[in-house]
Design a protein around this ligand. Structure first.
Ligand SMILES: [Mg+2]
Length: 389
């Protein structure tokens, strides 16, 4: 079998708003086709125009070859070799960042093809199993421009997530800092008030994950706010500090009574070496597309397992990425939760409309997918409706 075509769909929801803190308003959907008529689907969480350019740009020299050109004619089942060749021969433009994120979408599509060719779900091809359920957490980013509106919307969603049966909820406390939602700039005390309100809404039984999205730049300032958050019994605090300030991150990790989580933006296992060795990280968060694909995410999970660290993959995207993340989890014992954007509780049209995944959510768990490949059905009407030239 040979790869005969690679198509990149740039998708942007018609109601997108660049001021909102949600990267699920767009999608880079990659479709890899083979000469045997099998189609594989992949997706990555980066600006889709940039992602398309990373894949479609022709090569100009030995270490700056084109991703699409490197794929055409290759055996799609030769996933690791294809990945290594693209990683190597795009190195002067890639190695990290956007090219690796785009490569993640390509690699995801190759696994989809491999599963479809074998007639098996991808998780069964990954070579290991888990004997505990895959538990998704409801990832909640509310709307609202004022503190009161934001808090009430978040608590309402948290309550709905509880009623839907989620055993874990993540509160996006994104009211200040570079990632601030819709121009908000609330005090750090109000971040504490917000976490308290969500914990009260959930009650003591549901795991509470908190994401403050890089609001602080140093450990001392962060600690002044989060020193008492132990009383909220949080499972982790995500990205309290800007990701390049690893020493400050490590300093904060030593001070607080809960683990710090990070890694959503990183590409390749090599970036995770720094985060794990220097950053004092307590929970590892690769994003399957951004890190470079399922294989690279597995390498990160292996590094985490060697150090006894749990993995909670990041995934703020459509059913394509969510499926890839779930397949990874079904083959990886160290994944404690997976991120899940509940379609019932999110505003993002692409999450709701682009793909139907083979993931049945029941009693707070996801059943193991059974369809071949990633088990994703693409809604081509949505591709047409949101597709960009
Ligand atoms: Mg985050």
């Amino acid at each position: 079998m040979k790869i005969s075509d690679v198509k990149c769909h740039v998708l942007v929801a018609d109601d997108f708003d660049p001021g909102l803190t949600s990267s699920a308003q767009d999608s880079l959907l990659v479709v890899v086709t083979t000469d045997e008529g099998i189609e594989g689907y992949g997706e990555s969480d980066l600006n889709p125009w940039i992602g398309r350019a990373c894949i479609e740009a022709p090569g100009t020299h030995t270490m700056g070859l084109g991703v699409r050109e490197l794929l055409i004619g290759r055996d799609p089942l030769d996933i690791e070799s294809v990945w290594n060749d693209i990683y190597t021969y795009t190195a002067m433009n890639g190695r990290r960042g956007a090219v690796i994120h785009a490569l993640g979408a390509v690699e995801m599509a190759l696994w989809d093809i491999a599963g479809k060719a074998a007639g098996k779900p991808v998780w069964q091809l990954l070579g290991s199993r888990r004997d505990t359920p895959v538990v998704p957490y409801a990832s909640l980013q509310p709307g609202g421009k004022t503190f009161e509106a934001y808090r009430d919307a978040l608590c309402l969603s948290a309550d709905k997530a509880r009623q839907l049966g989620f055993r874990a909820v993540k509160a996006e406390c994104t009211m200040a800092g570079p990632y601030a939602h819709d121009g908000m700039n609330e005090s750090h005390e109000r971040h504490t008030d917000l976490v308290a309100a969500v914990r009260e809404t959930l009650g003591p039984e549901i795991a509470l994950l908190v994401d403050v999205q890089y609001v602080w730049r140093d450990a001392e300032t962060a600690y002044a706010t989060v020193r008492d958050w132990g009383e909220f019994d949080i499972y982790f605090l995500e990205t309290p500090i800007w990701p390049d300030f690893l020493d400050e991150h490590a300093k904060l990790a030593k001070l607080v009574p809960f683990p710090l989580a990070s890694g959503e933006w990183l590409s390749t296992k090599w970036e995770f070496v720094d985060l794990i060795e220097r950053g004092g990280i307590g929970v590892v968060q690769p994003d399957v597309g951004r890190v470079g694909g399922i294989g690279e995410a597995r390498a990160v999970c292996g590094m985490a397992a060697e150090r006894g660290l749990p993995v909670v993959p990041h995934c703020w995207k459509t059913g394509v990425s969510l499926s890839a993340t779930a397949h990874l989890a079904f083959a990886t014992p160290g994944i404690s939760f997976i991120e899940y954007l509940p379609p019932q509780l999110c505003i993002e049209k692409l999450r709701r409309e682009l793909a139907t995944e083979d993931l049945v959510f029941e009693n707070g768990e996801i059943h193991a997918p059974t369809k071949p490949g990633l088990g994703v059905e693409i809604n081509w009407d949505a591709v047409k409706a949101y597709g960009q030239p």
